[in-house]
Design a protein around this ligand. Structure first.
Ligand code: ADP
Ligand code: MG
Length: 236
């Protein structure tokens, strides 16, 4: 089984640089693991949206991304699929600790992301956690060292970084900032900057927003190295 999986991973990686975005019609046309493809199919996701095609392809190529696309265009899968594939290709296990971090401005949005991750990622072996406050901090604390993928709000994340000895992000592979524009509107700029300072710089960063404001670009400058700008004009 291990040999088959190694071969499958090698085969996927070989395809990353050969993808022609215009030729992608369905998720199956993308070089994704069988686990992710089945997770998408079982949840009736067949045709990727424009932001999903572009962001997934560039993210598989390990580029940093600055993605802008309007609400409802499918940004959640545009970062969850790359997270699953990144960790899958590295054969990430619970022992490897925190591999991916998704920061979202509100509890509701964080919960929706977590819910989508559970649905499309059910065949993968990663552990996922939701850290959004409003729950017992002690309870969150104990489980922190066992999580591979963490979905969180900025304030609560920074609290764990500052106070929880079990919080260890030194192995982080992927950082996602969802609704980066709203994070700034809601006054999280200082918190976000403090969080980013605590993260290892050798990582992939995927930043998404519904709009391109100047302050999003400022935040992007802090966290991205030569990002690929993805802003498709989607047909309504
Ligand atoms: P955004 O974050 O850009 O506002 P979401 O990721 O929340 O958008 O997606 C909006 C809605 O579209 C959700 O209900 C989601 O399930 C659905 N959706 C996303 N991608 C697809 C797709 N490829 N095919 C069908 N429905 C999709
Ligand atoms: Mg969204």
């Amino acid at each position: 089984k291990g040999v088959d999986e190694d071969a499958a991973i090698q085969y996927l990686k070989l395809q990353y640089d050969k993808i022609t975005i215009d030729e992608i019609k369905t998720f199956k046309d993308l070089p994704l693991s069988q686990k992710t493809l089945k997770g998408l199919k079982d949840n009736n996701y067949k045709i990727p949206t424009e932001i999903q095609k572009q962001a997934i392809v560039f993210a598989l190529q390990r580029k940093d991304i600055l993605g802008a696309a309007k609400t409802g265009s499918g940004k959640t899968l545009a970062f969850l699929v790359p997270i699953l594939e990144n960790l899958f290709c590295k054969k990430w296990t619970r022992l490897d600790g925190l591999g991916a971090l998704v920061i979202s401005p509100t509890r509701e949005l964080a919960y929706q992301i977590y819910d989508t991750l559970r649905k499309i990622g059910f065949l993968h072996d990663f552990s996922a956690g939701l850290i959004i406050g409003g729950q017992n901090l002690k309870f969150e604390r104990k489980r922190m060292d066992q999580l591979n993928i963490l979905i969180c709000t900025p304030g609560r994340l920074l609290q764990h970084m500052d106070e929880n000895p079990l919080f260890d992000c030194s192995n982080l592979q992927v950082l996602v900032l969802d609704e980066a524009d709203r994070c700034l509107d809601l006054g999280f700029e200082a918190t976000m900057n403090a969080i980013i300072e605590n993260l290892p710089s050798e990582r992939q960063t995927l930043l998404f927003s519904a709009t391109q404001t100047k302050s999003v670009k400022d935040l992007a400058r802090l966290s991205l190295s030569f990002p690929t700008y993805v802003a498709p004009h989607e047909q309504a």
